[in-house]
Write a protein that binds this ligand. Structure first.
Ligand code: NAD
Length: 449
């Protein structure tokens, strides 16, 4: 299969938006190019005493609106172009949800599943030592991404504080005030270590707010055809959902859409997918599927419908088959380049909610647009994560602790505002939601450049 380069895809998306804007060539170049690119090779002692060298990256794309913000990904296929694309998308994302931060992203080329817990800790700490001079509460604020967790953020924060306290105060002990200031360098931390309530669920929750806002808008515009009854609107309980990637984001989006009454009929992870037998009436229970997966170590045969997991309830299919199921809403929540020129023509969903970053190639995007499939772009759909990361950063800076209700209601407000701005621009430009989202974001970025 032809693999799109994510950075080239990002530039094609930018190009489409630029056509609607009156930008100078200097402004365009500043949007295309990262402000700083950091590439590091750092040693880690393995459990058997050998020393292994790892490649890591940090890309700081644009800081016009505030400090760089973006996750750190641990994955064997991470490369510079992927991290450059992800950093660029962070710049766009922060502007769409109107938070005063810029775009950054980090990555380490490693398969964390092959490391012991101790090796993972040493690797996380070593990566931070390698990039420590380039991050900080007002400079660049990393967070979790694929395969990085709140625990990893804790190790990274501890290491960062250790390094900085040695530099700032080599002789005396660091004060609590200085320490709490340095803690602000990372978000997505565990709750008992400066994290925010609601951060773990935020990306999925934010995506569900965006989808529900879209459904409300579609219902508002709904005009029945002559032979169609009035109640043919996109009612939650009638809608079916397939989610690719049952990790942090995939689990929570499945859970929140299920809580909102939609029927989750198929789920997958890197090893394969499951689907209910009867798409017309059954639905998977994401909470039960998760506990079944944890218990068995695999999701295959976790056909958990209602309150039981029954081997007869569904069947295993491939990830490719999941993408082309006849569902209403398809949610790619795994990695880049899943919807391509090869399978886009076969997609039957009416809405694609991009919870992963860059799941649709530009070629596929065109095909989906021509077919009238609404693609809710990643830069809007998954921006709930960075929004609550920003809330965590603010709470830490002001020494506040927000209740979960406050976090969720502020998140809802931000996501609905972002959706409304994008939808308005889309109607104005008669464009895809992605191009409209970029136009909204670029106007806000350029204003501060
Ligand atoms: P994760 O590591 O928790 O989960 C990823 C899941 O995808 C795993 O279940 C894995 O088995 C599955 N997967 C991997 N390859 C697959 C394939 N080919 N087919 C099907 N499933 C596959 O990661 P996550 O944090 O849930 O991130 C998922 C996506 O969401 C990424 O694109 C990430 O950049 C994006 N994202 C995450 C956040 C966040 O807050 N975690 C925020 C914004 C965007």
């Amino acid at each position: 299969m032809h693999q799109s380069n994510p950075f080239e895809s990002a530039l094609i998306q930018l190009e489409k938006a630029i056509k609607h804007l009156n930008l100078t060539s200097a402004q365009i170049e500043r949007l295309r190019l990262a402000e700083k690119i950091i590439s590091v090779n750092f040693p880690v002692t393995m459990d058997d005493g050998t020393i292994q060298l790892f490649n890591g990256f940090r890309v700081q794309h644009n800081s016009a609106r505030g400090p760089y913000k973006g996750g750190i990904r641990f994955h064997p296929q991470v490369d510079m172009d992927e991290v450059k694309a992800l950093a660029f998308w962070m710049t766009i994302k922060c502007a769409i949800c109107d938070i005063p931060m810029g775009g950054g992203k980090g990555g380490v080329e490693v398969d964390p599943k092959k490391l012991s817990e101790n090796e993972l800790e040493r690797l996380s700490r070593a990566y931070v030592r390698a990039i420590a001079t380039d991050i900080g509460p007002d400079i660049d604020v990393p967070a979790p991404d694929v395969n990085t967790t709140p625990q990893i953020m804790r190790w990274m924060t501890e290491e960062y504080i250790k390094i900085k306290s040695k530099i700032q105060n080599p002789k005396s002990k660091i004060t609590e005030k200085e320490k709490s200031r340095l803690m602000v360098t990372f978000t997505g931390k565990p709750f008992d270590f400066g994290g925010s309530l609601g951060r773990n669920e935020a990306t999925g929750r934010g995506g569900s707010y965006v989808l529900l806002a879209l459904l409300a808008k579609l219902n508002e515009k709904f005009q029945p055809k002559a032979d169609q009854p009035l109640d043919e609107k996109m009612k939650n309980e009638k809608l079916t959902v397939a989610v690719q990637g049952f990790g942090n984001v995939g689990f929570y989006i499945a859970k929140f859409l299920s809580d909102a009454g939609l029927r989750v009929v198929a789920l997958s992870d890197s090893r394969g997918a499951i689907v209910v037998n009867n798409l017309k009436q059954d639905s998977l229970n994401p909470n039960l599927v998760l506990s079944c997966k944890k218990e068995k170590g695999t999701m295959s045969k976790c056909y958990c419908i209602g309150s039981v997991c029954d081997i007869k309830g569904g069947k295993s299919i491939s990830n490719d088959e999941l993408l082309v199921l006849p569902v209403d809403i398809l949610v790619p929540a795994a990695l880049e380049n899943q919807i391509t020129g090869e399978n886009a023509g076969k997609i039957k969903a009416k809405v694609v909610l991009e919870m992963a970053n860059g799941p649709t190639t530009p070629e596929a995007d065109e095909l989906l647009h021509k077919k009238g499939i609404i693609v809710v772009p990643d830069v809007l759909a998954n921006s709930g994560g960075v929004t609550v990361s920003y809330f965590e950063w603010m709470q830490n800076l002001k020494n506040e602790h927000w209740s979960e209700e406050k976090v969720n209601s502020q998140l809802k407000k931000k996501m609905e505002q972002a959706f409304a701005a994008v939808w308005k621009e889309k109607e104005n430009l008669h464009s895809s939601m992605r191009t409209a989202a970029y136009v909204v974001a670029i106007k806000r970025i350029v204003e501060k450049m």
